[in-house]
Design a protein around this ligand. Structure first.
Ligand SMILES: C[S@@+](CC[C@H](N)C(=O)[O-])C[C@H]1O[C@@H](n2cnc3c(N)ncnc32)[C@H](O)[C@@H]1O
Length: 253
């Protein structure tokens, strides 16, 4: 699936905030080896470098487009094209991941492998959106099921990878010395026309739109525009408020 870094970065301020909040909860003095999994355009990766300037920082992503943007953003870091669902190493002092593991299935296997990749006292820090019960996601599913001819799109949406907090407790607590799990419901104040549609065209809607073409794609987009406008009507001043629930976990091996 192709990613569009420019569209994704349009809401950089809001997308970056959870990464800032996650970073603030990491208690590490001088990690030598840092990995940013699903690094995207690299904006967050450079925040890791800024906090720990002596560290060896590697950003990993499967998208060529995102990595090209990341390399341009900071050529001094190491950028690797790789699938993070099978990521494993031996000496990571920090494995950081912002808004990427929601694209990866099988967290019961993936999360323990990440912990095993940490050095002693190493930290795993992950943030994933968990908004599946909100109109952001239910409206996409409703739009697919509204037309029998859209049945094939069902395989393009997999919005159930991220589990409730108790799941991560059960999987991770036996493996680590310390574990924090929390959720935040961010209210984003967005300007412009149909900003929720624009936001999700670069993420959750992307696989669906890629599976459509021509008039069918236009029809689907128009229907989503109407659905999102109804679910997230603009305020009298033109701004639109929408809520994003996000799950955080910080585990120390
Ligand atoms: C929403 S972006 C987040 C980018 C960045 N972490 C940030 O906070 O701005 C999700 C990123 O995860 C990457 N991604 C999704 N699934 C992946 C996988 N299985 N392996 C590697 N990267 C993946 C995408 O290519 C994309 O760049």
């Amino acid at each position: 699936m192709a990613w569009d870094p420019n569209l994704y970065l349009r809401f950089d301020r809001y997308r970056r905030q959870p990464a800032i909040d996650l970073l603030a909860r990491i208690d590490l003095q001088a990690p030598a080896h840092i990995f940013d999994l699903g690094c995207g355009p690299g904006n967050v990766t450079t925040m890791l470098r800024a906090r720990w300037p002596e560290a060896d920082v590697t950003g990993i992503d499967s998208s060529k487009e995102m990595l090209a943007q990341a390399r341009e953003h900071d050529p001094s870091l190491t950028w690797i094209e790789e699938d993070i669902s099978s990521f494993a190493t031996r000496d990571a002092d920090l494995i950081f991941s912002n808004a990427a593991f929601n694209w990866v299935p099988n967290h019961a296997q993936v999360m323990p492998r990440l912990v095993e990749s940490l050095s002693a006292n190493g930290v795993l820090a992950v943030q994933m959106p968990r908004n599946y019960a909100q109109p952001t996601h239910t409206e996409i599913l409703a739009c697919i099921t509204a037309e029998p001819s859209r049945a094939h799109l069902g395989t393009a949406v997999s919005y159930d990878h991220v589990q409730p907090p108790g799941f991560y407790y059960d999987v991770l607590a036996p493996l680590v010395q310390d574990l924090d799990i929390w959720e935040v419901n961010y209210t984003h104040i967005l300007s412009g026309e149909d900003p929720v549609l624009t936001w999700f065209m670069s993420t959750a809607l992307r696989p669906v739109l890629e599976a459509l073409e021509g008039a069918e794609r236009e029809e689907f987009l128009e229907e989503m525009r109407v659905r999102y406008r109804a679910a997230y009507p603009p305020r009298p001043d033109g701004n639109t408020l929408f809520e994003m629930q996000r799950l955080f976990l910080v585990a120390r091996r």
